[in-house]
Every structure is written in structure tokens, then in C-alpha cells.
Design a protein. Structure first.
Lengths: 501, 318
């Protein structure tokens, strides 16, 4: 192999999860001192790629060369020791420790007596902050810092640990315009120190400002890598979403009905900082898609309507009557159900049997004076399994052992017995394979045709377009646009990407 | 093919780990019946059951609390207070009324524990550490630090009477185990208890009134502790404020040895009973062998750690 300028080189990196190939033989090179952008829609494989490189996931096959050496990290900690530092959206600092303690965690200097050498550490801290042009108060606790400052602390920590390669995952997600400018300055500073950066983002505006090269992923495949100056925004969007959308996965349903009466109306819903005044109406038998990037308030909106979080202000109407929803139980009683985003954390009780999960919200239907009738309960559970074609060894299977797609079907099926008027689904196809996705789309359509109002929340634009009668675009906690069936994927994508900048 | 085999093996493993306690229990019984003649005699069986009855009744409540995701270490103190009161109150009222009052008091303290844990969000072990101390203090205040006595043959029947050849406390124990096992597996309350212990947020987002049921599990804990207190008082007819010390540990140990997960969600009242019997038999054997009581403490602690360690480590592996 030629002695080259590549700091990180991936050769045919492959990673699959049950039923889905998350990374399909990815080749990638990142040069020394390069800012390399990795873009792609949600589910394209960006985070899987990072996690496979740093050893959070075990790759199936392929080779990774770092600094001209073949590596195979067992854990992110090992990668960190070797000079690869990953800065995720959620920070990995210890909130109770001070800035300086966090930065030097694991790299403390000791006196001959084995006591931490505070003076020396402080000296080093001053040097590095001066070099980078930061101003932080070193003895402040990290939990008292803003998001932007925490990012700086993470970058400093990476530098102190002699990182050669820094991965930044959506680093500007919650930063203000000024803070973003500062971050970009820091990135060029890092670049001049010959540190390579892999910059992962949705926001194409940023990419064109700072990246030397851009790599686009789609559906676990690398679509291409090119110099930034050879590309423009249009081209990248086309690469991200694909030119032809003919396959079944993206084909649209046909034959939607005329809109019926409004079943749910929300007015000026607010809960800072993520939901900043949202109003919309949703109708019986309609699939209302809500699209937008991650972190724009989609999940928070769904939790507000469902009563999982307290409303700060605003009003919800069911069938034109104002209602007060103070708990999920209230919402259920008004005919609203929620399939939450994080099925393992918020929807399922993994250690319990399948049937217990399916009947949990509607247990009252199978009880007489508080005593459960097993025959009725089992029958209902069996029916639910058949209806949604949940693949399982039986109603007694422990829910933990089902595949992601089947778990998601359980999370949906538990509400069907409740016969909701409004079913909110938050990222219902996240982390499941394509076949299960298609099944979920058809479930959504069938439910809508039977008269349920479905609010389909997703950050994957193609599927929102596929299932929805109408689409609302959410950005920074507000609804910015409305589209109707027939809109193209590019139109929606463009709106989302432009509005977010 | 290999996957199928793995699945089969996991199946067996689940069966064993779920019922392992039963195997160990039966094994020990068989072993002892060879070593100690008369071990399987009715007299001895009744003896073991009667010795287990007080902690056994208490442990039913502990099982509910732990399945619901909580923890209650105040039940030993509560036994002392309720036992003392069930004796003391008889100087002012009929014994049956005293029993009723004491059960209500037990339930109220359980409610208080549940309120602290569910509504004030104090970690349950800390909340009940506080109430454990308070209730023990109340027991001292109520008795003035001295044993309280009563002469009451009717009341004494509860703890010392026989129904035919069977000691009455055993009958209470068996009925309670059957009743609460039924409640656990066949009622809405039981189902919601394991749901909220398994994943409180998922239960809440399924429309379950989680705080209400969380508190209710502690009420069961308090109720069963006071019932254990009544049996204790009726057996001895004299109660000191030191009564029931360490019983909470026996109750918790029996529960986890019986396979109830300390993480909540899973468990069984029947298996808790087996846990209680196992501990009683082990203690008996040690006494027969002349093992010093100090050593018994060490061994009991090791048994608890092994049972909990088995549960948490296999959970971690998952």
C-alpha cells in the first residue's frame, strides 16, 4: 500500500443488524488536517459508521486503518486512547466536575508523591486555551455551563488527550449563530494543527462553509465522495434522497378520501424550549404527517398532546370541545393514543410476556371487579398478533426477545384495542428493517381508512410523503409549512433544510 | 440450527433459573430426610412452617413492594409497633377491635412510605430507612421501653392455637400466600404492580395510574407487616420494643432468594414462601449442628448476596 496522506482509511466496512444492512461495504478515506463532512438522511448509516469505527459496535467485516496501522477497537475508550475522539450530540462530560477536572480526566499530572499536580495542570490549561482563543472559567462546574461551552470543554478534552482525529456529530444542533461562528473558527484552528475532523450533519449550509470534502451516505451505502468545490447544495440533496424513487418502499398510496370532520385541534401549544406555539387541526381518517429534523420539537409536541408532559399554555380541542389533558390517562379517555419514539424506554415492558404488553392499556376490558379473565385476555392478544402479523413463538414470549420491527408492532397493537380516535406515532419506523417499515405503512393506511386520525411524526421525509394525506413541517418548535399529497420529496427536503438554517 | 439449539438451551436455563430455588429446596429436604430421621414427619413440617409464618406473612408484602420497583426496610420496626399496640390496645378495647385498628395503622404507615417514595421521590430505601427509625422510636414511646403484656386466651389462639392438628399461624400463612398470589397474577392491581416495576414510564404512558399503584404496593407491605405483628404478639403475649429487629432483612432475603428481581417487575408470592422455608430450614440445620449464631449471620449475608448477585449479574449479561 502506498504511503499516503490518509489518517483514517476504511476498507469495505460492513455492519448489519438483524434484517438490515446498516453499512454496506463502505470505503472511506480521511486525510490529515482535513475537514470531511458526512451527510445523509436519518437512517442512512452515519451514526452506525462512527460507532463501528470507534468500537461501540463490532463490525461484521472490513478493515480500518488509523495512522497507517490496522486497528480494531473494542470500545470507544480504546479509540480515545489511540487519538480518536468523538463528540456526540449528548455530551459525555461529568456534570458535577469542574471544567478543568473534566478536561484532564484520565490525563492528570501527578507530583512525585502521587498527588494531583494542580499547578502544572493549570499551566497546561492556560497554554491550550490561549492557543485556541477560548475563555472559560476553569473552576466552574460543567452542569452550570451552556451547551456551547460544554462543546468547547469536550474539544479541549480531546486536545489534551492528544486527539489526531475528532468526530463531531451534529455539533451545531443547539448552538446560537454566534456560537456556531466560534465553533467554525475553532475548527479551522484544529485544522491548522493538522487534526482531522469528521463533521456529521444535516445542515448543508454549514457543510459548504467548512468542509474540504463531502461524503454522502444513503441506506447504508456510500453514494459518493467529492471535493466541496465541485458540488453544490442541489447536487448533494439529490445524492441524499436519490434521483429515482420508483421502488415499492417509496411508492405512494392511492385513493385517499375527502377530508372529514376535525377530530383534534390544538391552539398555540407551548412548552419551552422545544414547543413554541403550535396550532393545527387533524381530521378523522386522515394521516397527518409531521416532518422535521431531529430536535425541532416533534417528540415534545407528541408528549404534550398525550399529556405525558405538562402544557405551559395553549388549548386542545377534541371534536370541537376544549379539553384538559393532564395525564396520559386523560388522553386515553379522550381517545388519544401515543406510540412513543423510544419503544424500549417508553412503550414496552421488555421483561414481561407479549400478551401483558398488548393488553396493558386496555386491561379493564378483560377484568371483572378487578379480576382478569385469562381466556378473554389471551384471545385479545392472539387476535392482535394475527392482525398485525407479529412474528413470535406465542403470546407468552418475553417481549425483549422480539426483533425491533415486531416490538414496534406490539407498541402499536397495544393501542388498537382501545379504539383511539387519534393515534400519534412518533418515529414509528426507527431502527427497524425495510420490510417491517413497509408493513407499518400499510397498517397506518388501513387504520386511517377505518376512520382513525393518525399523526405520523418522522424525520425521514420519504416515508412521511409516502403515508400522509397532508404534511406539516416543524422547525424550531413552530410549524413553518404545510404540504398536501402529491408534493415531491425534494420540495419537502429543501424546505426543511433551508428553514433550519 | 445452532440458533435453535441456543434458544432451547436458553429455555432450559430460564426454567432452571426461575425454579432453581425449588430444586435447591427439594434437594435440601431430601438430603435432610436422610441425615435427620424424622425430618419429614408432620411434627417437624408443622414446626418449620410455624417458625416461618411470621416472616412469611411479612415477606408477602415485601414481595409486592419489590415487584413494584420499591423497597421497604421499615417493616421490622412496624412489626414491633403493631405487635406492641395489639397487646396494649386490648387494655382499652376488645381484642378483635384492637386487631382491626392495628391492621389499619399498618396500612397507614405503608401509605406514608409509598407517598414518600412515589410523590416526594425519595429513593424507597432511604424513605423507609427514615420511617424505620421513626417507627422504632414510636415503639419505644408506646411501650415506654418495657415489655407490654396481656392475658387473653382468645387472642392467643391466633398465634398459638390449633385447627385440628394444624397450628393456626400456618393456616393464616397458607391462606395469605394463596390470596396474594391470586391477586398478583389474576387481578389488575397485580398486573399493574409488575408493569410499573418493570418500566414505570411505559406503564404511565399506557394510561396506568402509576403513583396510585406504587403507593398501594407499600400499603400491602405495611398491612402484611402489621398482620405479622399481630401473630407475633398473639404467640408471645408479651412484646418488647426491640421486637422484629432484622425481620425486614429476612423478608427481603426470602423474597430475592425466591427469585423476585430486585430490579422489579417479576416475582412470585409462592416462591417467596419457598425462600422463607429455605432460610428457616438452613437456620434449623445450623442450630442442630451447633453453628454459632454469629457465624449464621455471616452465612445468611452471603446467601443474600449470592441470590441478588445471580439476579443482577444475569441481567447485566443481557
Amino acid at each position: 500500500m502506498k504511503k499516503d496522506n490518509a489518517l483514517l482509511r476504511l476498507i469495505k466496512l460492513r455492519k448489519s443488524f438483524p434484517g438490515v444492512i446498516a453499512l454496506d461495504d463502505i470505503d472511506l478515506e480521511i486525510d490529515r488536517g482535513e475537514v470531511h463532512a458526512l451527510v445523509g438522511e436519518n437512517g442512512a448509516g452515519k451514526s452506525t459508521l462512527i460507532k463501528s469505527v470507534v468500537g461501540a459496535y463490532k463490525k461484521d467485516s472490513g478493515e480500518i486503518f488509523f495512522d497507517n496501522q490496522k486497528v480494531d477497537f473494542n470500545s470507544p475508550a480504546q479509540a480515545f486512547q489511540s487519538g480518536i475522539s468523538a463528540i456526540y450530540q449528548e455530551n459525555s462530560l461529568i456534570p458535577q466536575l469542574t471544567v478543568i477536572q473534566n478536561i484532564f480526566l484520565g490525563a492528570e499530572q501527578f507530583t512525585t508523591l502521587g498527588i494531583i499536580d494542580e499547578k502544572k495542570i493549570y499551566q497546561q490549561y492556560l497554554e491550550i486555551t490561549e492557543q485556541m482563543g477560548f475563555k472559560l472559567s476553569p473552576h466552574e462546574k460543567v452542569r452550570d455551563l451552556g451547551v456551547a461551552e460544554q462543546k468547547l470543554v469536550e474539544i479541549l478534552k480531546a486536545l489534551i488527550h492528544k486527539a489526531k482525529f475528532i468526530i463531531m456529530d451534529e455539533p451545531t444542533a443547539s448552538l446560537s449563530a454566534n456560537e456556531i461562528e466560534h465553533l467554525f473558527k475553532i475548527i479551522s484552528e484544529l485544522k491548522s494543527k493538522h487534526i482531522s475532523i469528521l463533521y456529521i450533519t444535516h445542515l448543508l449550509g454549514e457543510v459548504f462553509r467548512i468542509a474540504d470534502r463531502i461524503t454522502v451516505l444513503r441506506d447504508g451505502k456510500k453514494i459518493g465522495t467529492a471535493l466541496t468545490k465541485e458540488l453544490d447544495q442541489e447536487k448533494v440533496i439529490t445524492m441524499m434522497v436519490g434521483e429515482t424513487l420508483k421502488d415499492a418502499y417509496t411508492s405512494k398510496f392511492t385513493g385517499s378520501k375527502k377530508p372529514q370532520n376535525t377530530v383534534l385541534k390544538v391552539e398555540n401549544l407551548k412548552r419551552k424550549p422545544r414547543v413554541n406555539g403550535i396550532s393545527f387541526e387533524a381530521r378523522t381518517g386522515e394521516v397527518l404527517g409531521i416532518a422535521g429534523l431531529r430536535g425541532v420539537g416533534k417528540t415534545e409536541l407528541s408528549r404534550l398532546i398525550f399529556g405525558a408532559d405538562k402544557l405551559e399554555s395553549g388549548q386542545i380541542f377534541i371534536n370541537d370541545k376544549p379539553v384538559k389533558i393532564q395525564s396520559p390517562l386523560d388522553a386515553v379517555n379522550y381517545g388519544i393514543s401515543l406510540v412513543p419514539e423510544d419503544r424500549k424506554k417508553d412503550a414496552l415492558i421488555l421483561m414481561l410476556e407479549l400478551y401483558k404488553n398488548i393488553t396493558l392499556p386496555t386491561l379493564a376490558q378483560f377484568t371483572n371487579k378487578g379480576v382478569i379473565s385469562p381466556s378473554k385476555e389471551y384471545a385479545a392478544a392472539k387476535q392482535a398478533i394475527e392482525k398485525l402479523d407479529i412474528r413470535t413463538s406465542g403470546i407468552n414470549q418475553i417481549t425483549r426477545y422480539l426483533s425491533g420491527g415486531n416490538q414496534q408492532k406490539v407498541a402499536i397493537s397495544k393501542w388498537l384495542q382501545a379504539e383511539p380516535k387519534v393515534l400519534i406515532m412518533d418515529e414509528p419506523t426507527q431502527g427497524i428493517d425495510v420490510k417491517a417499515k413497509v408493513e407499518i405503512y400499510s397498517i397506518v393506511r388501513k387504520l386511517a381508512e377505518s376512520g382513525v386520525c393518525i399523526i405520523f411524526i418522522s424525520s425521514e421525509v420519504p416515508e412521511v410523503i409516502k403515508v400522509s394525506d397532508r404534511i406539516l413541517v416543524l422547525s424550531k418548535g413552530k410549524i413553518t409549512d404545510e404540504f398536501y399529497q402529491g408534493v415531491t420529496q425534494e420540495e419537502v427536503m429543501r424546505t426543511i433544510l433551508k428553514k433550519s438554517k | 440450527m445452532k440458533k435453535k439449539l441456543d434458544l432451547k438451551l436458553t429455555g432450559y436455563w430460564n426454567l432452571i433459573s426461575k425454579n432453581g430455588i425449588l430444586f435447591i429446596f427439594l434437594l435440601l429436604c431430601i438430603l435432610l430426610s436422610f441425615i435427620t430421621p424424622g425430618f419429614l414427619s408432620w411434627a417437624n413440617i408443622f414446626n418449620v412452617l410455624r417458625q416461618s409464618s411470621i416472616v412469611g406473612i411479612m415477606a408477602i408484602g415485601t414481595t409486592f413492594v419489590i415487584i413494584g420497583g420499591g423497597f421497604d426496610i421499615s417493616v421490622g420496626s412496624l412489626l414491633a409497633l403493631t405487635a406492641a399496640m395489639s397487646v396494649g390496645l386490648q387494655h382499652h378495647m376488645h381484642w378483635s377491635l384492637a386487631v382491626l385498628v392495628v391492621l389499619i395503622i399498618g396500612a397507614l404507615f405503608g401509605f406514608f412510605n409509598g407517598f414518600l417514595a412515589a410523590k416526594i421521590h425519595i429513593p424507597a430505601i432511604i424513605a423507609t430507612l427514615g420511617t424505620m427509625t421513626i417507627i422504632r422510636g414510636l415503639a419505644y414511646l408506646y411501650t415506654g421501653g418495657y415489655p407490654v403484656y396481656v392475658e387473653a386466651p382468645d387472642f392467643a389462639f391466633i398465634g398459638a392455637g390449633y385447627l385440628g392438628p394444624i397450628p393456626f399461624p400456618i393456616i393464616i400463612l397458607i391462606i395469605m400466600v394463596a390470596l396474594w398470589q391470586f391477586i398478583l397474577v389474576r387481578t389488575r392491581f397485580g398486573r399493574y404492580t409488575s408493569a410499573l416495576g418493570g418500566n414505570k414510564e411505559a406503564a404511565r404512558l399506557s394510561g396506568v395510574k402509576v403513583d396510585y399503584y406504587h403507593i398501594l404496593t407499600f400499603v400491602v407491605g405495611g398491612l402484611m407487616a402489621s398482620m405479622a405483628g399481630i401473630v407475633y404478639a398473639s404467640r408471645l403475649l408479651s412484646v418488647t420494643p426491640l421486637a422484629g429487629q432484622g425481620y425486614e432483612l429476612d423478608a427481603i432475603a426470602s423474597t430475592v432468594i425466591g427469585g423476585t428481581s430486585v430490579a422489579g417487575g417479576e416475582g412470585s408470592v409462592v416462591r417467596t414462601l419457598i425462600g422463607v422455608l429455605l432460610l428457616t430450614i438452613i437456620a434449623n440445620v445450623f442450630n442442630l449442628m451447633g453453628v454459632h449464631v454469629y457465624v449464621q449471620y455471616v452465612i445468611k449475608g452471603a446467601i443474600i448476596l449470592s441470590a441478588v448477585g445471580f439476579d443482577t449479574y444475569s441481567r447485566f449479561r443481557q
